[in-house]
Design a binder for this molecule. Sequence first.
Ligand code: ATP
Length: 238
Amino acid sequence: AGAVPILAAQGLSARYGQVQALAPIDFEVGAGELVAVLGPNGAGKSTLLRAILGLVATGGEVRFLGTVLPRRNPVAVASRGVVLVPEGRGIFGPMTVLENLELGAYRLGRDAQERERRFARVYELFPRLKERLGQAAGSMSGGEQQMLAIGRALMADPRILLLDEPSLGLAPRVTEEILETLRVLNRSGLPVVLVEQRAPSALKLAHRAYLLSLGRLAAVIDPREVHSHEQLAQYYFA
Ligand code: ATP
């Protein structure tokens, strides 16, 4: 990895009842890194995110900026700056774009200056949201809703951003647009964990990738060493 790890999971495992969905895995994100989590349906990608956030029965531990993250306490985890953009986006369709964004900043209180700073950052990244502040979130396109989901997460001023398949259901061109904004965010210094089924797209921006298969770590991939789809497939079928 090289970079100083800011998030480090050791022996992290997860189960649903008796079913082990994730075998113990060591997982790291360095300062400023964009780390991809790849793998087919059911590989355990979402489960890995849930385990980091302490939303599922886990073994092992997760350290973030030097201290252990609590389990079964998503509010405490979020207040440490670990923020998830969930699969399916989790925005509130009948509410307006503005109301959805404000929800992301609900912990901020009355600091108007800080609130303005956060809104400005979101508008700079997603000018289209600014044009649609009064619109019902559910009436926007899939890509715009994904932008809103990311924008809402940014309103919480994350210190690390976790995204669960932001490309789900989006056309390739829209996907590239969303991934490009993640690149911009990451370049500004925000560490990112990106769960993606579209491996070639994710590898274009990732510094490192973890490939999961059937609930296990199948490979850690250095994107600089993947030069073709054939080579990528070799990891999947190893
Ligand atoms: P997908 O892209 O389909 O979401 P994934 O790689 O994110 O795939 P997970 O959702 O993490 O995979 O699922 C990993 C395994 O855990 C699967 O076998 C799934 O059926 C199982 N699983 C997921 N959620 C639950 C749950 N709430 N209860 C029981 N089993 C679950």
